[in-house]
Design a protein around this ligand. Structure first.
Ligand code: YK8
Length: 177
């Protein structure tokens, strides 16, 4: 896998979690900028092991010329039970893109770690991996992997940029940060 984001932000771990994993203005605007439409989400619900789970569905717009312009996607998120409010959060997300070529072979695994640094600082780490449900022919596999990495890199670089913007807005004028 790859580590796409690994940086300290001047905001609390709670704030970071709220920005990324609730129906925040931030995430709504970000989705709009990425042309991700029709997003629906189940509420966070506790499973047998004590973790919280939710399922998101949306349509993504794709810029890769090899692929159709849109794809529906399903994202299953797990907030691990040892995530302590105000401290650290770990969210695993499995993303299935249903309408891209070879969609039945692979999915994407994203792990978000939000680690409290101090009252007003946290570290965000996003680790990503392309996973295979069945083994494709070698050339196909490298084709999928290569095309997935480029799309993911673009996405997470953009997310990091927008988070830095948000951080700047939060720390300017706020006063008590
Ligand atoms: C989520 C992984 C692969 C896919 C795409 C497919 C290439 C198909 C390969 C063929 C277009 C928001 C990606 C990047 C679309 C976007 C997905 C996003 C960024 C040519 C063999 C959508 C996180 C996420 C996970 C997986 C990404 C797809 O929050 O290359």
């Amino acid at each position: 896998g790859r580590l796409y984001v690994n940086r300290v932000f001047h905001m609390s771990a709670d704030k970071m979690f709220e920005l990324l994993f609730s129906d925040s203005l931030f995430i709504r605007r970000f989705m709009e900028a990425r042309k991700i439409t029709g997003a629906t989400s189940t509420p966070w619900q506790r499973d047998g092991s004590g973790s919280l789970k939710r399922t998101l569905k949306y349509t993504i717009t794709i810029t890769n010329p090899l692929v159709g312009k849109f794809s529906t996607a399903t994202e299953m998120q797990t907030l691990h039970k040892d995530s302590h409010e105000g401290q650290n959060y770990m969210v695993d997300a499995e993303v299935y893109t249903h309408d891209v070529p070879y969609h039945d072979y692979f999915y994407t695994f994203n792990r978000f770690c939000i680690i409290r640094n101090s009252k007003h600082k946290c570290r965000l780490r996003v680790y990503t991996d392309v996973k295979y449900k069945k083994q494709p022919w070698g050339l196909v596999k490298s084709f999928i992997t290569k095309n997935s990495w480029s799309g993911l890199e673009d996405y997470f670089r953009h997310l990091e940029t927008e988070l830095l913007e948000e951080e700047a807005e939060l720390t300017s004028g706020g006063g008590d940060s």
